[in-house]
Design a protein around this ligand. Sequence first.
Ligand SMILES: [Ca+2]
Ligand SMILES: [Ca+2]
Length: 249
Amino acid sequence: MIRERGDLRMKFYKLIVLMLMSVIVYNYSVWSKENRAFVIIDDKKSVKDILPKLINGAGEAELEENDVYEEDNDGKAALLVVGSGGDGQRFNPNMPDWEIDIVKNPKGKNEFRYITFAWKKKGGTGIQLQLHWTTNSWGHRYHSGVNEKNWNPSIQLDEKLPKDWKVYTRDLVEDWEVEDLDGKKGVMTGIAFSAWSLEHGIWDHVVLHQQEEDPLAPQAVQPTEKLPLTWGRLKKPDPRYWLLNRERN
Ligand SMILES: [Ca+2]
Ligand SMILES: [Ca+2]
């Protein structure tokens, strides 16, 4: 009788331990689901960082400090591109240090799946954002309004011009069929901000992220590691470089 009660108690304790363990494991898997982000444009520092890197295009680019997407203590900053005729854009297919892997299950530091961006267009009939990958070059585009230059493929996000700020989150894996690519990843190396025609287009809140949630949204659940505006820190450190620098210091 006494032994039986002891066995029962043991079983009960085992059950409790098991339950506690499953709670810990479950929570760990939730916590560990990181949503790393790479901020391309948000605050003043990011705009100043990208301006000199957009070395191509007939459009002129500048820091916009009044008309920005949401004021959230980021110093009121956005990127404005004047649609001054010609191609009316600023771009660089090979941004310094960019080698961003677009994959279905991003885990590593330079792996992402989603892009969130906000834009606004004054004048003209259309606006476009283009992403340059090593596969298919600029063949990853989004536009609203009219596709003025007929640059395709391009996904139309809205028939109307974004006369007021509009924000979008896109799944790059779905949109550009990454699962069908040979290496099952896209390698993104550049970006183009195409305002096309007068007067101008403005971009803000441009960020790559791993999970679907927009990490820059004020209500974002996870305080993501808002990664650095420079790719240098994202790249794997080159041991040779490190050694060289250590020797110099
Ligand atoms: Ca912001
Ligand atoms: Ca901003």
